[in-house]
Design a protein around this ligand. Structure first.
Ligand code: MV4
Length: 511
């Protein structure tokens, strides 16, 4: 652990380049502004009018729309960083945030990468290396092979020893690619070949390993923060079981199933996991939790995550401010015993996707964007009214988070905020999120990672007869109002012929 670093090695950050776009770029710049740190935006050609460009003190064009020619262009970003004279680069999430080579290139250029070391990113990127490291640190894990398996024979032996069902996972994995459940020996060979070829084409690395399959698990993750002085704390858990196709849709903190005792054990395991790889900065340790509340290490995310606001709500900690602080080489401002959970927070991710037709992305112009407000509501939006949800990038419009003193208050508040949210121009996941908020299983806190597949069908969003009648009535009123406003005002007549309207009346009628 690099506890030998002293306060003398503090490198103040005065100017930050944010190597990202959308809501996360705005999120990072907001904290920079509060802390008196200058900000530099980078952007692709179609993003020239995007909100993150306007929020920054300076902005530089990277290239055309495709990420590979803009937000992933390492050399261009480093050239901008040098030209603008920044001290640090914040990568946000996605893009270059978990790219060890980029973190290394920043260090080589004398620029602080606001994230963990290249070694920590590399160690956690390889799932078998991460497994070995976690085993060593005593972090609970599902039984499995310590290394990638060489052939079908070795896989069969391992599966026999672990006991079916087993899961074949890609060593370079993440996002469920190259993953196959095997329930009986007869299916192992085929599943192995499919997993290997899928991993090869997705990651250019066909290595796979075998793990005990945990059925109907919950996804519970622990937020950690670590400084360069040997202090690591956890900021409790987030429940992220409401996902579809490995994309989280609803998250909350704390988890309705985590007891104080389980929280302490999972928190300690996450702190041990981080310490084992010399982790500095913000990170997340993901666990699977089974029906008996046993927990198993899944993977570690070496970045600030999309769902970090729910943790900020319940702890009062500004995670970006802490990232900046530890990146400067200063110690964390608080210890574990200073942290408490206050109330409950929920996040709904609002995507430009159509839940009625398989969640197909629906990019396009945002003719209207009127986010909700009021008590306990936070909106982190990346697009504004009059702007566009671009086809080239993730179609997330915003993250809507609510806080309540209890889970029930936070859920009701979310349903109210979703009802208040007005978006026109694209289809959104708002109706789907309302379905979740009103679902008995969700309300009772009983859900697994299979929730969406098991509980949701598009008919759940089909309009009711009453809803259709209301829509028809609203359309008729709108058409009538429009006609009234655009028609020529009737010409008043008196006994002598035409009269002149007063200017006041004339203008009032024109509206
Ligand atoms: C598992 C699992 C069950 N048992 N591992 C999915 C993404 C990848 N990072 C790991 N994943 C899983 N690993 C064992 N041993 C079930 C999943 C899984 C899952 C995990 C979290 C959230 C959603 C999921 C959906 C399907 C499968």
């Amino acid at each position: 652990m690099p506890s030998s670093q002293s306060a003398a090695e503090v490198r103040p950050i005065r100017k930050v380049l944010v190597a990202n776009r959308g809501e996360i770029a705005l999120r990072v710049m907001r904290t920079c502004r509060e802390r008196g740190i200058a900000t530099v935006a980078v952007y692709s050609a179609p993003d020239r009018t995007a909100p993150h460009v306007r929020m920054a003190d300076e902005a530089y064009l990277l290239g055309p729309a495709p990420s590979s020619e803009s937000y992933l262009k390492q050399e261009t970003i480093l050239e901008v960083a040098a030209a603008a004279g920044v001290d640090a680069i914040h990568p946000g999430y996605g893009f270059l945030s978990e790219n060890a080579d980029f973190a290394e290139a920043c260090a080589d250029a004398g620029i602080t990468f606001i994230g963990p070391s290249p070694d920590a990113i590399r160690a956690m990127g390889d799932k078998t290396a991460a497994r070995a490291m976690m085993q060593e640190a005593g972090v609970p894990m599902a039984p499995g092979t310590p290394d990638a398996i060489a052939d079908a024979e070795e896989a069969a032996g391992a599966a026999e020893e672990i006991g079916y069902p087993v899961l074949i996972k890609a060593a370079a994995g993440g996002g469920g690619k190259g993953m196959r459940v095997v329930r009986e020996a007869a299916n192992l060979h085929r599943a192995l070949e499919m997993a290997q070829s899928e991993a090869q084409s997705a990651f250019g690395d066909g290595r796979v390993f075998v793990e005990k399959y945990i059925d109907q698990p919950r996804h519970v993750e622990i937020q950690i923060l670590a400084d360069a002085h040997g202090h690591t704390v956890h900021l409790f858990e987030r429940e992220c079981s409401i996902q579809r196709r490995h994309q989280k849709v609803v998250e909350e903190a704390p988890s309705p199933i985590v007891t104080p005792d389980l929280r302490e054990r999972m928190g300690q395991a996450a702190v041990d996991a981080a310490a084992a790889c010399g982790y500095v900065n913000a990170g997340t340790v993901e666990f699977l939790v089974d029906a008996d509340r046993h927990f198993y290490f899944m993977e570690m995310n070496t970045r600030l995550q999309v769902e970090h606001p729910v943790t900020e709500w319940i702890t009062g900690v500004d995670l970006v401010a802490e990232q900046l602080r530890v990146a400067e080489g200063r110690p964390l401002a608080f210890a574990q015993e200073d942290l408490r959970i206050n109330g409950h927070a929920i996040e709904c991710r609002i995507y430009a996707e159509d839940p009625a037709s398989g969640f197909l992305p629906d990019p396009g112009p945002l003719h209207r964007h009127a986010p909700p407000s009021g008590p306990g509501v936070r909106v982190d939006a990346g697009v504004e009214e009059g702007g566009d949800v671009l086809i080239h990038y993730d179609p997330m419009i915003s993250k809507l988070t609510t806080w309540g003193a209890t889970r029930d208050v936070a859920v009701r508040r979310m349903d109210r905020a979703l009802a208040e949210y007005a978006i026109a121009g694209v289809q959104t996941t708002i109706p789907f999120c309302r379905f979740v908020m009103q679902h008995e299983g969700f309300r009772s806190g009983e859900m697994s990672t299979h929730f969406v597949d098991q509980e949701f069908t598009p008919d759940a969003l089909a309009p009711t007869d009453a809803g259709l009648r209301r829509a028809v009535a609203a359309a008729a009123v709108l058409a009538h109002t429009h006609q009234q406003q655009t028609a020529e005002p009737p010409t008043p007549v008196n006994g002598k012929g035409l009269i002149q309207l007063s200017n006041w009346k004339k203008h009032r009628r024109a509206y």
